[in-house]
Design a protein around this ligand. Structure first.
Ligand code: SAM
Length: 258
């Protein structure tokens, strides 16, 4: 089972993760009235419907994310990347959050760009993709707990969040939601159905789950989609991989072509 999951998702499942993985799968097995062994046999014998494997993928992925996570990246986006792209006469900025989880990264980028777009006369479009369907549904809904939204600066909260009167929840305003689209995409696929001139790509905190050859292969495929003037943002703990592929470091874990 572990091999099948790793082949499909790229996610390494070393023995140290066994307990965690079993715990997550057990929940799904119980929901279907099975024990863990019966559930795994059912899947491996190909008796389960094709859609069941997606539940396994959803259970295996780690989806931790935050608004304004690694905040220096969003400062760089506003102060360096956008001015540079505008100087290069890019007027429709394309952004791709390539392992977007529940959408916090994509909506943070949307807030930062919306703050700048009016005065600087540019438009932007954001694509968020992930392999996990549960998080994609949450991203599309764009409803977050008040504790999660607390990471958003007060001025952006005022502009871009609607507050529920009944629960401690917020929702991203429709004007911003309209500019952000979500779709399922497996980074292990041999090709990505994404434009080839993306100005800003976020691929943060996902390569850490892959082994080295997979990290390199994913990154090689992904940078085919980066515009010659564009910027690639990796997670801070993943920056070595960008350097090894011959990209130029433009900031902390931020890369450009030469
Ligand atoms: C820890 S979250 C990172 C979210 C966000 N990029 C951030 O930095 O806050 C990692 C995400 O990668 C996704 N993921 C894992 N393997 C993937 C794959 N093969 N293709 C696409 N997404 C994948 C997971 O579903 C998860 O939502």
């Amino acid at each position: 089972m572990a091999r099948r999951v790793t082949d499909h998702t790229g996610i390494r499942l070393p023995a140290t993760k066994k307990q965690m993985v079993e715990g997550r799968l057990r929940k799904r097995a119980h929901a279907l009235g099975m024990d863990l062994v019966g559930y795994c046999d059912w899947l491996l014998d190909d008796d389960a419907p094709g859609t069941e494997f997606q539940h396994v993928v959803d259970a295996i992925t780690t989806n931790k994310t935050d608004f304004h996570r690694e905040p220096d990246h969003f400062e760089f986006l506003a102060k360096c990347a956008v001015p540079h792209l505008l100087k290069e006469r890019r007027s429709l900025l394309k952004v791709w959050s390539a392992a977007c989880s529940t959408g916090a990264e994509a909506y943070t980028a949307a807030m930062v760009l919306a703050d700048l777009a009016g005065a600087n006369r540019f438009r932007f479009a954001i694509l968020g993709t992930d392999i996990c369907t549960t998080v994609l549904a949450a991203a599309e809904r764009a409803v977050y707990g008040g504790d999660v939204a607390a990471a958003i600066p007060p001025e952006q909260q005022r502009r871009y969040l609607l507050r529920s009167r009944k629960a401690d929840e917020v929702r991203i305003v429709p004007e911003l939601r309209r500019l952000v689209r979500f779709a399922q995409l497996n980074l292990m696929s041999s090709q990505y159905p994404v434009d080839r001139d993306v100005d800003i790509i976020f691929l943060r905190n996902v390569l850490i789950y892959f082994d080295k050859p997979t990290q390199v292969a994913v990154l090689r495929r992904l940078i085919r989609h980066l515009h010659p003037c564009g910027f690639l943002f990796l997670g801070h703990s993943e920056s070595m991989i960008g350097t090894e592929l011959g990209l130029r470091e433009a900031g902390p874990a931020i890369f450009r072509w030469k």
